[in-house]
Design a protein around this ligand. Structure first.
Ligand code: EPZ
Length: 416
């Protein structure tokens, strides 16, 4: 069983290049289904989730040519169900639903189950696509959807769902008439997707705000697109530098995507210098405790909550962490406690009493961002080696994370 081993206590120093965003790459790959032809994506991260998305799309007749970019040829797209054994591994396969319905009028995708961090229903996706004229049935655990031609509709999301907004935006590009999405998600990945769809010939405006308007067209055309940098990977390295008394330059990132984290990190005493496409973070001698509450963009991202909690475990003082997006995103708490962390959980709120040190221990990762938080804890843990198990979770969303940390001077390696 593969594990990552860390000998903590070394301040990180140097510069690290951020990879393309996982949560952009996945919807952008799906968007290529909207046209018969060859789309090209640049800056595609080498991740397990990207490979899983390719496996599912290949089953549907999509061809890939991968060099330093990813050519996606959806000319020979055929109807094929997205099997449970692949969807189970990656819930984002729900993003295929909108494009398949728009291009083909037919889709059969396993209903993504829950995952470690929550039930993660897709009811908002399904009700929105039904409002656009899709006939959707649940059949033996599969979403079975049909639509002759989708029609534009006025959609209001109770919750600003990220992939729900992406699914409807993609479906609406080929629908008849106008679609409005109110209470839409505003994440940078939504804008990245809208930019690619516009380069394919779609009429979209308002992306990045809570109201997006799409005027359907008859056909879209192949396009090329460079994926934005991964703000969550960038944030993970910013936190790592701050908590290890490091001096790290994070290159090829978009500071404007990280405003909430920058504001909180400055409150911990970290020194932050911001360039156009890079951020320099110098960690203080002792991190000060800071409260956070996760919110939809531009609020503090839920995908950085676990990493921030690791840093608060060694802060001077007590911090309150409120998780408002997912109902079960404190699984990393139990493992951090094994390293000596003092954390009380009460429903969706965790209270972290900072300690002078964490202690090395064997720990088990349970989900993608929890894995990152345990590695961060290992980077500062004393008295021995921290071993992080079940690191397949990590490989879903980070490209060679341990190698990038090693290039910053950390004593970290992977053992199979
Ligand atoms: C996206 O998930 C991201 N994944 C998640 O990143 C991220 O944590 C999340 O957005 C929030 O920012 C991708 O983009 C592939 P939501 P998504 O729909 O779209 C509820 C990572 O680590 N909800 O915005 O699935 C839902 O249960 C992953 O990279 C419904 O109730 O999240 C949650 O409580 C983890 N019904 C809230 O809305 C629905 O139909 C926000 O979920 C849809 C969502």
């Amino acid at each position: 069983m593969a594990k990552i081993v860390i000998e903590g206590g070394i301040p990180l120093k140097g510069s690290v290049k951020i990879s393309g965003a996982k949560n952009s790459a996945l919807p952008l790959m799906s968007a290529s289904l909207l046209t018969a032809g060859k789309c090209i994506l640049y800056n595609v991260p080498k991740l397990k989730d990207v490979d899983t998305m390719k496996d599912i799309m290949r089953e549907m007749g999509v061809q890939f040519i991968e060099e330093d970019n990813l050519l996606i040829d959806s000319t020979y797209l055929r109807f094929k169900e997205a099997p449970y054994e692949l969807v189970r591994q990656m819930r984002a396969s729900i993003l295929l639903l909108g494009p398949l319905l728009a291009r083909h009028g037919r889709a059969r995708i396993a209903l993504p189950g829950g995952c470690a961090i929550g039930a993660r229903p897709v009811n908002l996706h399904l009700s929105a696509l039904s409002a656009m004229g899709a006939e959707i049935n649940l059949d033996k655990g599969y979403i079975d959807a049909k639509a002759n031609r989708l029609k534009g509709a006025d959609i209001f999301f109770d919750i600003p769902t990220v992939t729900g907004t992406e699914n409807v935006m993609m479906a609406a590009t080929l629908a008849e008439g106008k679609t409005m999405i109110r209470n839409a998600a505003k994440e940078p990945e939504i804008v990245d997707l809208a930019n690619m769809l516009r380069s394919m010939g779609a009429y979209i405006r308002g992306d990045g705000t809570d109201t997006i308007v799409i005027d359907g067209v008859k056909e879209l055309y192949p396009a090329e697109h460079r994926i934005i940098p991964d703000r969550i990977e960038a944030g993970t390295f910013m936190i790592a530098s701050a908590m290890t008394r490091g001096e790290v330059e994070i290159k090829d990132c978009r500071p404007e995507h990280l405003g909430a984290l920058i504001e909180k990190l400055e409150k911990t005493g970290a020194e932050i210098m911001i360039g156009d496409e890079n951020i320099f973070v110098k960690g203080p001698d002792r991190i000060r405790s800071v409260d956070i509450k996760t919110m939809p963009f531009p609020g503090f991202p839920t995908d950085l909550q676990a990493q921030f909690m690791s840093m608060m475990c060694i802060a001077d003082g007590c911090s309150v962490i409120k998780e408002t997006i997912f109902e079960n995103r404190f699984i990393h708490v139990g493992e951090l406690r094994r390293m000596g962390a003092d954390i009380e959980v009460n429903g969706s709120q965790a209270t972290v009493k900072g300690r002078k040190r964490l202690l090395a221990a064997p720990v088990v990762a349970t989900d993608l961002r929890a894995s990152a938080s345990l590695i961060l804890a290992g980077l500062v843990a004393e008295q021995g080696r921290t071993e992080v198990y079940e690191i397949h979770h990590l490989d879903r969303g980070y490209e060679s994370l341990e190698k990038k940390f090693a290039s910053l001077g950390a004593k970290i390696w992977r053992e199979s």
